[in-house]
Ligand binder design. Structure first.
Ligand code: NAG
Ligand code: NAG
Ligand code: NAG
Ligand code: NAG
Ligand code: NAG
Ligand code: NAG
Length: 692
C-alpha cells in the first residue's frame, strides 16, 4: 500500500511553501512537523517544518498536509501582529518567533510582537491513567503576554478556526452555532453528514468546537475570514454577531473567532485558554456475531451527558491539566534520560503521535445505558492504509502502552479477540486488522484481509502474555484460550520453515524462510506455553515449551550465515541480513528462548554495518524503520551499539529534510523520509522504557 503514500509525498513537496531556516531556539530540536493539537485521528493538527517554519509562516495542517484554517492575531498599543497561521488581511505585521520547545504533551512557542512577547502553549493532554480524560477529543492552547521592555502595554488577542476542521471537501456546505454563557463555544459541522465516512482522511461526521471562557473583555464573531479578521484588526474586539448565511467551507471562508482584551500588560499575564476539538457520535461501527453492527461512543460520555459539560470541565481544569502534564513530561524525561538525552528527545516526540491515532469507546445496552463493562480502544493505521486496529501496527507501538497503561493495550486487542471468537473470520491464523477503513471495525468475513500469517499470530500471543505479565490479569487468557491455542498451533506448523509471506514490513514484499519471522513464531509458541501454564494446563505448557526449544536449536542451523558471523535475512542466503528486531520480545517476556550468543552476534554485526543514519532494515534496500531501529537498540548487548542506533534516529528526526509528522520509514544513507508519516508505530520508540 505504499505507492499512494509515495505519490502523496511527491505532491506535497511540490505544494510545500518555501521553507525558511530555523532562526529561533529549538528545544530539544526542530522536528519535521510540530504537534499542535494531536488527540485523535481527526484532532490532529500539526505545523509542517522542513528546514524551519515559524508558527505564523504557514497554516497548520491535518497530518496529511491539508490545511486546517487556524489564525491568531495580537494587538499591542493599537498595532496588529499575526502570531498563528498565514492569513493575508492587510494592516498586520508578523510577530517574530523566538523559540520552540516540545515535551511529551506540549509544544510551546514564544513570539515577539513589538514590545510584548507572547507565549503560546499547545497542550494535548496524555492522561492514560484516567480513560475518560484520555478519551476527550479536545486539546488546549493558551496564550500569555508579557512586556519585553519593562513598560505597560494595551494588549488584545484573537484566534479563529475555519470549517476545514469538519471535512476533506471544501466545496461542501457547513452550518454553525455559537453559544454564550460562562463559556463561548462555536460549533461547526457539515449540513449533510456521512456516518463513519472519511474524505481525504477527514471525518465527514460530527462537529468541531472552538471555545473560551466568557470572562470580562471576551468577544466573538462568525463570518467571512477577511471581514472578521479586519473587525479585530480595526477595533481590537469582535462584534458578538453571527453570520447565518450557511455555505460551502471555501465560499467566503466562514471563520469562528474568539477574542480577549487583556487590558494593560506588564509582567506575564495568566494564560488565556482556548479549547479546540472534534466530537462525533457514534464514533465507531463495530461487528458483532452473525455480521451484526454495533454503534460505539466515546468513553467520555460515561461521565458527561453533553458536549457542553465536557468542554466546561475541560476548560476549567486547564491549570490542573497543565500541572499533570508537566509531571508526566518530567517522569518520561527522567526515565528516558537514564538511557540518553538523545533517547529522551525521541520519546518526547513520539507519545502524542501514538495516542493521537487512538480513540477509547463504550457500547450501549439494549436499554440505551452505557455498558461500562465493554470499553474498547480503536486505532487508525494512519498514513499507510487507514485500517482499524492493525495487529502489526499495535505491535510496534506496544511498548508505549506497557509504559503508560497496559489496559489501553488490552482494549486495543479486545475487538480483535471478540471478533475472531465469533467464528466469522475463516482463517486459522490471526486477522491482520478489524476493518479496512477507519472508523469502521466491521471485520473480514471473506478472510481477504492483508495476510501476515506468522506475523499477526505471533504478535497476538506476545502482546497478550506481556499484558498479563504487567498486570497479573489472566481473565483474557481464560476467555480466549482456544483462539490463542489455535494461533500457537498455526505457528507450530509454519514458523520454523515460514512459507513465502509478508512480514509487517510489507513494502519490502514477500519472502520465504524469513529468519526474523521465525524468531517471532518461536517466541509466540513459547508465549503460549506460559499462557497455558498460567491457566494450569501443564501438559500443553510442557509440550509447547519443548517445541519452542527444539525449534530454536533447528533454527540456528537454518538461520546463521555459513561463516556464522550473523543471522541471515532468509535461510540459506549468507550474504543477506537484517534487523532481527523480533528478538526484543524474548527480552520483554523474559522467555529466554534464544541464547545470549545470538544477541552478542547481532550486536557485533550491527556495530560495523551502520550507515550515516543507522542500520538498514535489511539487505534488500538501504532504508530502515525508526521503530525497529529502537527495538533493536533495546536488545543489543553493547551500550555503544545501542547509542549509535538511538542517535541515528535522533539525527534523522532533527535533520530538517521533511515536513511530515515523524515518519517511521526513512533512508539510512541520507536521512530522507520514505512514504509514511504520523503513524502510531512510533510508540515503539518507548521499547527501552518498557524494559525498565
Ligand atoms: C481527569 O480530569 C479531571 C477533570 O475533568 C481531573 O479532576 C482529574 O484529576 C483527572 N484525572 C486524572 C487521573 O488525572
Ligand atoms: C446543521 O446541519 C445538521 C446536520 O448535519 C442539522 O442537524 C442541524 O440542525 C443544522 N444546524 C443548523 C443551525 O442549521
Ligand atoms: C448507528 O448509528 C448510525 C449513524 O448514526 C445510525 O444510522 C444507526 O441507526 C445506528 N444504529 C443503531 C443500532 O443504533
Ligand atoms: C456489557 O458488555 C459485556 C462485555 O462485552 C457483555 O458481556 C455484557 O453482556 C454487556 N451487557 C449488556 C447488558 O449488554
Ligand atoms: C526454506 O528453508 C528450508 C530449510 O533450509 C528449505 O528446505 C526450503 O527449501 C526453503 N524454502 C524456500 C522456498 O527457499
Ligand atoms: C504437542 O502439540 C502438538 C501441536 O499441537 C501436537 O501435534 C502434539 O500431539 C502435542 N504433543 C503432546 C505430547 O501432547
Amino acid at each position: 500500500m505504499y505507492a499512494p503514500a509515495l505519490l502523496a509525498t511527491w505532491c506535497s513537496m511540490l505544494l510545500a511553501p518555501v521553507l525558511g531556516a530555523v532562526t529561533w531556539t529549538a528545544t530539544p530540536f526542530n522536528p519535521a512537523s510540530v504537534p499542535l493539537a494531536v488527540r485523535t485521528p481527526y484532532v490532529s493538527a500539526w505545523l509542517p517544518q522542513g528546514a524551519g517554519t515559524a508558527l505564523n509562516a504557514a497554516w497548520p495542517t491535518l497530518w496529511t498536509g491539508s490545511i486546517l484554517g487556524w489564525a491568531g492575531y495580537v494587538k499591542v498599543d493599537g498595532t496588529t501582529y499575526n502570531w498563528l497561521g498565514a492569513p493575508t488581511v492587510s494592516d498586520a505585521s508578523k510577530a517574530t518567533q523566538k523559540s520552540l520547545t516540545f515535551t511529551s504533551t506540549q509544544s510551546v512557542f514564544v513570539l515577539t510582537a513589538g514590545p510584548v512577547d507572547l507565549t503560546i502553549t499547545f497542550l494535548s493532554p496524555v492522561e492514560t491513567s484516567d480513560l475518560v480524560n484520555q478519551s476527550l477529543p479536545f486539546s488546549y492552547y493558551a496564550v500569555s503576554a508579557a512586556a519585553n521592555d519593562g513598560k505597560s502595554h494595551s494588549v488584545q488577542i484573537y484566534t479563529d478556526i475555519s470549517a476545514e476542521w469538519v471535512t476533506g471537501d471544501n466545496s461542501l456546505t457547513a452550518n454553525w452555532t455559537t453559544t454564550t454563557g460562562n463559556i463561548i463555544t462555536h460549533q461547526v459541522q457539515l449540513a449533510s453528514q456521512g456516518s463513519f465516512s472519511e474524505i481525504n482522511d477527514h471525518i465527514q461526521q460530527g462537529s468541531a468546537y472552538h471555545a473560551t471562557l466568557n470572562t470580562q473583555g471576551a468577544t466573538w464573531q462568525t463570518g467571512e475570514d477577511a471581514v472578521v479578521r479586519a473587525q479585530f484588526i480595526n477595533n481590537g474586539k469582535l462584534a458578538n454577531t453571527a453570520d447565518t448565511n450557511f455555505r460551502a467551507v471555501s465560499d467566503r471562508w466562514p471563520v469562528f473567532a474568539l477574542a480577549h482584551d487583556l487590558g494593560t500588560v506588564t509582567s506575564a499575564t495568566a494564560p488565556t485558554v482556548f479549547v479546540i476539538g472534534h466530537v462525533r457520535d457514534p464514533a465507531v461501527q463495530y461487528i458483532t456475531a452473525n455480521n451484526g453492527r454495533q454503534n460505539r461512543s466515546y468513553f467520555f460520555w460515561t461521565r458527561f451527558s453533553t458536549v457542553a459539560s465536557a468542554i466546561s470541565t475541560f476548560i476549567n481544569d486547564y491549570s490542573n491539566a497543565l500541572a499533570r502534564a508537566k509531571a508526566f513530561d518530567a517522569k518520561v524525561k527522567a526515565d528516558a534520560s537514564k538511557i540518553s538525552s538523545d533517547y529522551a528527545d525521541i520519546v518526547a516526540l513520539s507519545i502524542r503521535q501514538t495516542l493521537g491515532a487512538c480513540e477509547i469507546t463504550v457500547s450501549k445496552t439494549s436499554s440505551g445505558a452505557f455498558n461500562t463493562s465493554d470499553v474498547t480502544t480503536f486505532m487508525k493505521e494512519i498514513s499507510s492504509d487507514g485500517n482499524t486496529n492493525t495487529v502489526d501496527v499495535i505491535f510496534p507501538a506496544w511498548p508505549l502502552f506497557l509504559y503508560t497503561n497496559p489496559v489501553i493495550g488490552k482494549q486495543l486487542l479486545l475487538p480483535l479477540f471478540e471478533y475472531q471468537a465469533t467464528g466469522q473470520y475463516p482463517n486459522k491464523w490471526a486477522v491482520h486488522d478489524i476493518g479496512a477503513h477507519y472508523p469502521q471495525a466491521i471485520g473480514h468475513n471473506d478472510g481477504k484481509d492483508e495476510a501476515m500469517q506468522v506475523e499477526e499470530s505471533g504478535n497476538m500471543l506476545i502482546m497478550t502474555l506481556s499484558y498479563v505479565q504487567k498486570t497479573g490479569d489472566i481473565a483474557l487468557l481464560k476467555q480466549f484460550f482456544s483462539l490463542l491455542d489455535q494461533w500457537a498451533q498455526f505457528l507450530i506448523e509454519d514458523s520454523l520453515i515460514p512459507a513465502e509471506q509478508l512480514s509487517t514490513d510489507d513494502f519490502a514484499g514477500t519472502l520465504a524462510n524469513q529468519t526474523n519471522l521465525a524468531i517471532k513464531g518461536i517466541i509466540g509458541i513459547k508465549a503460549m506455553s506460559q499462557i497455558a501454564s498460567l491457566v494450569g494446563d501443564t501438559t500443553r505448557a510442557n509440550n509447547y515449551s519443548s517445541i519452542a526449544a527444539s525449534y530454536q536449536t533447528q533454527w540456528q542451523n537454518f538461520a546463521l550465515s555459513s561463516d556464522k558471523t550473523h543471522l541471515t535475512l532468509a535461510y540459506g542466503n549468507s550474504a543477506s541480513w537484517g534487523l532481527s528486531y523480533n528478538l526484543y520480545a524474548d527480552k520483554l517476556l523474559k522467555t529466554n528462548v534464544f541464547p545470549q550468543s545470538i544477541f552478542d552476534l547481532q550486536t557485533n554485526w550491527y556495530s560495523s554495518h551502520a550507515n550515516a543514519f543507522g542500520v538498514p532494515l535489511d539487505t534488500r534496500h538501504t532504508y530502515t524503520k525508526s521503530d525497529w531501529e529502537i527495538w533493536t537498540a533495546a536488545l543489543v548487548t553493547s551500550t555503544s551499539v545501542r547509542d549509535t542506533l538511538i542517535s541515528s534516529v535522533r539525527k534523522y528526526a532533527a535533520d530538517g529534510k521533511s515536513s511530515q509528522p515523524l515518519g517511521d520509514w526513512y533512508e539510512t544513507t541520507d536521512g530522507s523520509v520514505e512514504g509514511f508519516r504520523a503513524r502510531p508505530v512510533v510508540g515503539g520508540h518507548l521499547a527501552l522504557l518498557a524494559l525498565q
